[in-house]
Ligand binder design. Structure first.
Ligand SMILES: [Zn+2]
Length: 166
């Protein structure tokens, strides 16, 4: 969405079209307006692209341009935490236009990924199997894994199977 519309709360024809076809919704606008309000303290946001904002699995997921993740995280993750505090939810920043590994590294940000492979199911569909290092790591709860699996489905249409090895 353009800056004019975010600042004014009005909609130009271009942004109106984005609202009509669902690219931009109410949550997107709230997040974008918040980011605009902190742009002075976070000048790196000026060049950052916020493509979509998805609410899933108790998270707010920012789908951003390639290479823009750190811009939205802020220094030491401070901006993402601030955003999470404002919306009272966890925030995940995921880049668009990256390969599967890049996507999964953004998704399992605190975990060490050992392998990723694709499993073909009898019906022709695929599952992406992610094996995480379990030993010596802080394991994710079942609930968290379920949430991240939902995010993978919604953001990337990826069916995920998560396993730990020791
Ligand atoms: Zn506009």
């Amino acid at each position: 969405m353009c800056e004019f519309c975010l600042r004014s709360g009005m909609l130009c024809s271009k942004c109106q079209e984005k609202v009509s076809n669902g690219v931009v919704d109410d949550l997107y606008m709230k997040v974008a307006q918040f980011l605009l309000s902190v742009e002075n303290q976070n000048p790196q946001l000026q060049k950052a692209r916020l493509n979509r904002v998805v609410s899933v699995g108790g998270f707010i997921v920012l789908v951003v341009g390639r290479g823009d993740r750190n811009r939205f995280m802020g220094e030491a993750g401070r901006l993402a935490r601030e955003l999470g505090g404002r919306f009272k939810r966890r925030v995940l920043v995921i880049e668009e236009g990256v390969n599967d590994r890049g996507f999964l590294e953004d998704l399992f940000t605190s975990q060490h990924i050992i392998t990723i492979n694709i499993i073909w199911l009898p019906d022709g569909s695929t599952e992406t199997r992610v094996v995480l290092q379990g030993r010596g790591a802080r394991r994710l709860s079942k609930k968290r894994i379920k949430a991240l699996t939902e995010i993978a489905k919604k953001v990337r249409n990826m069916d995920l199977r998560v396993e730990y090895v020791y």
